[in-house]
Design a protein around this ligand. Structure first.
Ligand SMILES: *Cc1c(COP(=O)(O)O)cnc(C)c1O
Length: 462
């Protein structure tokens, strides 16, 4: 026999491995089909290595260990919980808002039971799936009617398609924004079958610009919240209130894509001001859309509030069926909105507001508590300090405003950028990955979003 043939004969048969005592716990934990699937891949890998290098891979002396390793690494490769110490509270790539306990409980209840999603117990007939949530949204915002879809991008598409298909939509040049990904207002208009009519300039748009643009073919005047950028200097924009007065002369609606849409006045906690949907409804805007998982602090959802006649058009549009929210989203949103009925306990119970309102002093005290433990683990290579920093709200909310916060910072003693990259890699590879950010020659762990301090300590101690 050649060396290769001898080595091939050292690769055990699947059936004999499965009878091995070491494989019994694996079969129990991961199931027969997954263990066999991994074994096949590993056997192929071993054969390939023999062909390439005339030797068996090292792990061939312990197949059960290798299978266990592979299966646990794979089971980690999906959605993993991480410590968001990036300093951005509503981080789109990390799933934005954390749900309140009440919302989590509501979701888990509807997950395991049949529910009255489109069923009214009184009439024993078919109800409307947005009904309960819509009633709460109307109560909070003062709107006549409301509708919930998968996210705000869907809400914007649906408003345009239902109210303006085949007609013109007037938008200021300063508001033709890209939100991120492929969501750009001009493209969404095209998808919804509307014609975009740009008015004004990038920095200045006046009421007269809108007035000149209105014709028999105008379906609506649209405002888009420039949530993720800010222009300063010689600027002018027309408010919704002014637009409504103009639009009423021609009996056309004003529609606003508000983006974040906080349902409470954030300035009461010293946070920067953010336009609320209730203000726009009071100004006479016909439809306002916003996200469920930005400042509202709920599940991913797109919310449309406004005049009943337009919401009815939206509810009947075929795209509504394609974009509708599921029972878990509706349950989480309903429970979140109920928290707004008790404004005095809101900042304790709603994680988004709880995190946004943590003071720099509290966060700095937490950083000082943790500093010695991090210094113990990383102190040979890094100077670990407590430093003040600025957090961001994120998700395009209030892009220029920053919240005073505190961070643990790591400065490499060898002064090398590569040491920082290696450290951030080490932190990302922990059992519970820790995500920070590198800037100014240091790694920063902004502790604003650290609520599970004990878990972090455990992660670091391992
Ligand atoms: C965030 C945002 C959107 C997109 O909302 P999603 O809920 O992420 O789909 C659309 N418009 C504006 C102005 C936004 O800020």
């Amino acid at each position: 026999m050649t060396t290769a043939q001898t080595l091939f004969s050292h690769i055990p048969a699947t059936s004999s491995l499965l009878c091995d005592a070491a494989f019994q716990p694996l079969l129990e934990e991961f199931g027969h089909s997954r263990v066999v699937a991994v074994l096949r891949v590993l056997q192929d890998e071993a054969r390939a290595q023999i062909k390439r290098e005339d030797q068996l891979p090292d792990w061939c002396d312990n197949w059960s260990h290798k299978v266990h390793d592979t299966l646990t690494t794979h089971s980690h490769s999906t959605l993993r919980p991480v410590f968001n110490l990036t300093g951005t509270v509503l981080h789109t790539n990390l799933g934005r808002a954390l749900l309140a306990e009440e919302a989590i409980a509501a979701v888990s209840e509807v997950m395991s039971s049949a529910v009255t999603l489109e069923y009214s117990l009184d009439a024993a007939g078919r109800g409307h799936r947005d009904q309960t949530v819509a009633a709460l949204l109307c109560e909070i915002t003062g709107a006549e009617a409301a509708c919930v879809v998968n996210n705000n991008a869907a809400a914007v598409l649906l408003m345009l398609a239902a109210v303006a298909e085949g007609k013109e939509v007037v938008v200021s040049r300063g508001e033709l924004v890209e939100i991120g990904g492929a969501f750009r207002i001009p493209d969404v208009m095209r998808q919804a079958g509307c014609q975009l009519l740009e008015v004004g300039t990038t920095n200045r748009t006046h009421l007269a610009d809108y007035r000149r643009a209105i014709s028999d073919n105008t379906a609506l005047l649209m405002k888009v919240h420039t949530s993720n950028y800010h222009i300063e200097g010689f600027t002018h924009a027309v408010s919704e209130a002014e637009l409504v007065t103009l639009a009423n002369e021609s009996n056309i609606p004003v529609v606003t894509d508000l983006g974040s849409g906080s349902l409470v006045d954030l300035t009461q906690w010293g946070l920067p001001p953010e336009m609320m949907p209730q203000q726009l409804i009071a100004d006479g805007v016909s439809l306002v859309s916003f996200s469920g998982d930005k400042l509202l602090g709920g599940p991913q959802a797109g919310i449309i509030v406004g005049k009943k006649s337009y919401i009815d058009l939206i509810q009947q549009h075929p795209l509504k069926r394609a974009l509708r929210a599921d029972k878990m989203t509706l349950a989480a949103l309903e429970a979140t909105l109920r928290l707004y009925q008790h404004p005095e306990t809101l900042i304790k119970r709603l994680p988004t507001l709880r995190l946004l309102t943590r003071t720099a002093e509290k966060i700095a005290a937490q950083a000082s508590r943790l500093q010695p433990l991090f210094a113990h683990r990383f102190g040979t290579q890094f100077t670990v300090s407590v430093d003040l920093c600025l957090s961001q709200i994120g998700s395009g909310s209030l892009p220029v405003d920053r919240l005073p916060s505190a961070a643990l910072t790591f400065q490499p003693k060898d002064g090398r950028g590569s040491s920082l990259v290696a450290l951030s890699q080490t932190l990302r590879e922990l059992e519970y990955p820790i995500l920070g950010r590198i800037t100014e020659g240091r790694l920063w762990l902004d502790l604003r979003c650290l609520e599970h301090e004990a878990l972090l300590l455990e992660t670091i101690a391992l």
